[in-house]
Write a protein that binds this ligand. Structure first.
Ligand code: PLP
Length: 416
């Protein structure tokens, strides 16, 4: 068992300060039990905790770090930008450069606006959709996470379609009533919601490949059906590509799957590990945003030069060969995990889309045992099986071999 005394001491202090000891809930290990490791530093595919234990990282700052931690070119770009000032609250050259890079890469984005998080981007995209269409309601899909804006913390649960109920205290029933919920991968239920709410739905927001309920691929024809229904109805189609953008392909899932939404929500990778989000889409839709149009949205630190510089340095590195290598690593990891589970006679579903992967156990307790067995062997997985494993371009053969050795032993331990 690794020594984790220092992490435990720090978490005891953190518990006194922060709810659950953390500044974002999933970090708290509530679904797996135990005490989170407090991270001291990171480089490439590796993390070191406060007690000096080395960990192979499959969280990657929840997908932001596609090049791995502390990439030298990203660090240099941040340093260079910082020397010139950390925030202007005025237009800057770096935001123009990153904006042009995104427009050139993501097929459906003609114009965009930078914000500071994926939450802000999704919330703003919905406001734009409502402002553009003049309609009040939105449709989201059960289990889909699009950040913590009130109207998106709604999930009818157990796959029931209809008016959403809040999944968080503090969200009013009135807010939730404007959010309609359908099960993922069921186009018929979305069609029914549209038919039951004529000219009421401003937008459907969907992760084109779901990565917050484990990884779930879209069923054949599903996204195409959503695209056609929204065109017919006059609602907008919003792809939340906060995770999939610049990860499944340079142009995101929309490039890989060949479907163009009206609006796209981005975050994570476009900030290279600094706080960024963006929303963008067709020029005539984006024209409703202030100061050109009547939909207000603003931000003191939006387009922050350090974040723009980190994003630019990251996107510059994302050439086609990188996606090939991420895919190769993912496919060997997937096969190795399936073999390991099979050898140990443990029932799991391994689902992968490019460098996103899920190992799903039939019960949470088994996942918790697997998670801790991996952690003890130096592999840091997301502490919930609803969250995807994120592979980075810094993960190499050595990490792959060590991960699969650990996984074989962990699967045997789970079988017990
Ligand atoms: N959308 C998706 C698909 C996400 O996975 C997340 C966060 O994980 C968000 C939106 C919210 O992004 P942020 O955490 O930057 O607010």
């Amino acid at each position: 068992m690794p020594n984790t005394r220092r992490s435990e001491e720090l978490m005891a202090r953190a518990e006194r300060l922060f709810p659950g000891g953390v500044n974002s809930p999933v970090r708290a290990f509530r679904s797996v039990g135990g005490t989170p490791r407090v991270i001291e530093r990171a480089r490439g595919a590796l993390l070191w905790d406060a007690d000096g234990n080395e960990l192979i990282d499959y969280i990657g700052s929840w997908g932001a770090l596609i090049l791995g931690h502390a990439h030298p070119e990203v660090l240099e770009a941040i340093g260079r930008a910082a020397q010139k000032g950390t925030s202007f609250g005025a237009p800057s050259q770096l935001e123009v450069a990153l904006g042009e890079t995104i427009v050139a890469s993501v097929p459906s984005i003609g114009r965009l606006r930078f914000v500071n998080s994926g939450t802000e981007a999704a919330m703003s995209a919905l406001r734009v959709a409502r402002g553009f269409t003049g309609r009040p309601k939105i449709i989201k899909l059960a289990g889909g996470y699009h950040g913590h804006a009130d109207g998106l913390l709604v999930n009818a649960g157990s796959g029931a379609a209809g008016i959403g109920r809040p999944t968080s205290a503090g969200v009013t029933a009135a807010t939730a009533a404007d959010t309609l919920v359908a099960p993922y991968n069921d186009a018929g239920r979305v069609a029914k919601l549209l038919a039951d709410n004529p000219r009421q739905v401003a937008a459907i927001i969907v992760e084109p490949v779901a990565a917050n309920m484990g990884v779930v691929r879209p069923a054949r024809g599903y996204l195409e059906a959503l695209r056609q229904m929204t065109i017919d109805d006059g609602a907008l189609l919003i792809f939340d590509e906060v995770i999939t953008g610049f990860r499944l392909a340079r142009g995101g899932a929309q490039e890989r799957l060949g479907i163009q939404p009206d609006l796209t929500v981005l975050g994570k990778i476009i900030g290279g590990g600094l706080p960024v989000g963006a929303y963008g889409g067709r020029a005539e839709v984006m024209a409703v945003v202030a100061p050109e149009g009547p939909v207000y949205q603003a931000g003191t630190l939006s387009g922050n030069p350090l974040a723009m510089a980190a994003g630019l340095a990251t996107l510059r590195r994302l050439v086609p060969e990188v996606y090939g290598r991420l895919d190769d690593f993912g496919s060997v990891l997937e096969a190795g995990l399936k073999d390991g589970a099979h050898e140990a006679d443990v029932e799991v579903q391994v689902v992968r889309a490019g460098s996103l992967l899920t190992v799903f156990f039939d019960d949470e307790a088994r996942f918790a045992r697997f998670f801790h067995a991996m952690l003890e062997r130096g592999v840091m997985l997301p502490p919930s099986q609803q969250e995807a494993w994120f592979v980075s371009a810094a993960h190499g053969n050595e990490e792959l071999r060590a991960t699969l050795v650990a996984a074989r032993a962990a699967f045997r331990e789970v079988r017990g």
